[in-house]
Write a protein that binds this ligand. Structure first.
Ligand code: BDR
Ligand code: CA
Length: 339
């Protein structure tokens, strides 16, 4: 089994990433760190607890993380993820409490307890991880591998013309993390899943239909672009029902931005890469983050050819097979929802 520490700003696609991991028999979530990003950190933590409860995994530890980025005010994006970060879904409230340790302590304790064993997966801003590395500078060497959803390389940004959301929200943290992972050998370098690859992974209503079918859920499972905000899924399976309501919001958002009635599965892809790096074709690069540009703050700059004379510090995901990814997602999450 592969043990993971997961750091999220849940988030519609973060939600699906969590479900994907919970549905994966080879994965064990050792702890979840909540970080401010899509919505404020208290809401992120509540979403994590509520999904875990709904999925029958209430004992997974959830820690509260940083409220604000390292060096700038927090921006949130309710437009993208809904007022609570989970689209149109309204999850039953879990009665469980958060961990007594904060997210920084969770990272540090878990890696120190099991050197070389844990895979780190970050699908939000990198604030918590940067703080953890300040406390334990050996953290990059104590992790088995790090996988991050973040960055835009040879691809337009989704937050500014050149920057991707997770890096843009806390550029100082992203830079500290990428710098700290310098010097690791091939096979141990962090994998960055940026928009170049995650925007090729388009979830459509047909995928949601397949998910519902795989879960044996009827009826009301079909996501329609004609539904108004007040329309809720009536799918018989609770996980599918709430997921459908969350995803429909995300599809509405993408449609409003002229991308069609679909949703990019950024974070679930990073989760799948964390379990099986072979699904991503990657290229080594030296990646740095622009902190000062008036127009380009938060941009990931990749040196592919050695201009800077620095060793590669990451492997950037450049392509994948989206159809194979969705077959796997539908199979795992559908089966899990059924059980
Ligand atoms: C990233 O931004 C967030 O809104 C998503 O959850 C994803 O992690 C994509 O840029
Ligand atoms: Ca996210």
């Amino acid at each position: 089994r592969q043990r993971l520490i997961v750091d999220v700003d849940t988030g519609i696609d973060d939600s699906l990433a969590l479900l994907y991991l919970l549905a994966s028999p080879e994965a064990e979530i050792a702890g979840i760190a909540s970080t401010a990003g899509n919505v404020p950190v208290e809401q992120v933590a509540a979403n994590n607890l509520n999904w875990l409860e709904l999925c029958g995994a209430p004992d997974v530890e959830v820690a509260l993380g940083a409220r604000v980025p390292l060096a700038c005010p927090l921006r949130t994006t309710e437009d993208t993820h809904g007022p609570q970060g989970i689209g149109y879904a309204v999850l039953p409230a879990s009665g469980r409490s958060l961990s007594e340790r904060d997210a920084t302590t969770l990272w540090v304790d878990l890696v120190r307890d099991a050197p070389g064993e844990l895979t780190g997966l970050v699908t939000g801003p990198l604030t918590n991880l940067a703080l953890a590395i300040r406390e334990e500078p050996e953290l990059p060497r104590l992790l088995r591998r790090l996988v991050v959803m973040g960055g835009a390389f040879n691809h337009p940004g989704n937050t500014t013309p050149t920057s991707e959301w997770n890096v843009s929200v806390d550029p100082e943290a992203a830079k500290e993390v990428f710098d700290a992972f310098s010097g690791l050998p091939e096979g141990r370098r962090p994998i960055l899943c940026g928009l170049d690859v995650t925007e090729t992974i388009e979830m459509t209503p047909d995928h949601v239909r397949r998910l519902a079918e795989a879960a044996g859920s009827t009826p009301g499972e079909i996501i329609s672009p004609d539904d108004g905000p007040q329309v809720r899924s009536t799918a018989s399976n609770a996980v599918i029902r709430h997921l459908s309501d969350a995803i429909r919001f995300y599809m509405d958002f993408h449609r409003t931005h002229d991308q069609g009635f679909l949703a990019h599965m950024h974070d679930p892809f990073a989760a799948a890469v964390a379990l099986n790096p072979a699904i991503a074709r990657t290229r080594p690069a030296t990646v740095d983050v622009e902190l000062h540009g008036r127009l380009t703050r938060g941009t990931t700059v990749a040196d592919w050819v050695g201009h800077w004379n620095r060793e590669p510090n990451v492997d950037v995901a450049v392509s994948t097979d989206p159809a194979a990814f969705f077959d796997d997602l539908v199979d795992r999450v559908g089966r899990f929802a059924k059980s």
